[in-house]
Design a protein around this ligand. Structure first.
Ligand code: CAA
Length: 258
């Protein structure tokens, strides 16, 4: 598939996906979402990609779902067409880790897209928000659900009800992002984090992503049991033998994803 609204580069085992609708601040329209899903699925099945970095421009990661696209839609259009469900399901089905590298605006669907990634590294200029309330609608891609789990009820209510933007330092303080870095260093930092992940055993990486995500979907007791059983099952891999042998022999592990 030839892409017009995103750019995909694969290098050093990292798939870098850049949202590229600069005239609309990377607003998420049908074409962009379809291309993004296709690119992520391709990275998932490409052995050359071991980690994915999703980014936008310096001004905007994404300023939300495309309001032009939604403007004339009726309830029947969005309900019967199940707006955003297919794209959302496809994005969260990706098993390889996805790092969101956010600079500038991550609003509405843009903030929600960043939260669908596995963790967020942002620049000092990042601004997160769920301003849908100003449009007379609510978030529709997880802004009332993931955001509440990530930053707690009080801040999530504040963001969703007032539509205010949250700056990078507050986003780091409340756990929405894992790191804040100077704008010029954002991509280096995100690519370095992806590079670290790419060196690990892919089986272990995928297992840990599943484990952490399970913590949002089940009770603590069930989650700990899930973690313990997957931990046990990793002892069936060659990578566990290699990882522990390498530690004992004081050398770097050579993982083979088996
Ligand atoms: N959809 C469509 N176009 C958008 C857009 C969006 N979400 N956000 C920005 N754009 C367009 C603008 O219309 C403008 O296009 P033109 O030059 O053709 O007029 C261009 O991007 C640049 O935007 P601005 O001139 O507004 O730039 P600014 O620097 O003055 O303001 C901004 C930046 C504060 C991000 C402002 O653009 C803005 O408020 N955007 C809308 C944010 C928003 O409401 N997002 C939520 C969308 S709904 C949603 O996401 C639902 C969901 O949960 C799934």
């Amino acid at each position: 598939m030839a892409y017009e609204t995103i750019i995909v580069e694969i290098e050093d085992h990292i798939a870098l996906v850049t949202l590229n609708r600069p005239d609309a601040l990377n607003a998420l329209n049908d074409q962009l979402l379809s291309e993004l899903c296709d690119a992520l699925a391709s990275a998932q099945s490409n052995d050359k990609a071991r980690c994915i970095v999703l980014t936008g421009s310096e001004k905007a990661f994404a300023a939300g779902a495309d309001i032009n696209m939604m403007n004339s839609k009726s309830f029947v259009d969005v309900f019967a067409g199940d707006l955003f469900t297919e794209a959302s399901d496809k994005i969260i089905a990706i098993r390889k880790p996805i790092i969101a590298a956010v600079s500038g605006y991550a609003l509405g669907g843009g903030c929600e897209l960043a939260m669908m990634c596995d963790f967020i590294i942002c620049s000092e200029t990042a601004k997160f928000g769920q301003p849908e309330i100003n449009l007379g609608v609510s978030p529709g891609l997880g802004g009332t659900q993931r955001l509440t789990r990530f930053i707690g009820k009080s801040k999530a209510m504040d963001m969703n009800l007032t539509g205010r933007f949250m700056e990078a330092d507050e986003a780091e303080r409340c756990g929405l992002v894992s790191r804040v870095v100077p704008t010029k260093k954002l991509m280096d930092e995100a690519m370095a984090a992806a590079g670290k992940i790419a060196e690990k055993s892919m089986i272990t990486v995928v297992a840990i992503k599943e484990m952490v995500n399970r913590s949002y979907e089940t009770t603590l007791r069930e989650g700990i049991l899930f973690e313990r059983r997957v931990f046990h099952s990793l002892f069936a891999t060659e990578d566990q033998k290699e990882g522990m042998a390498a530690f004992m022999e004081k050398r770097e592990a050579q993982f083979r994803d088996n």
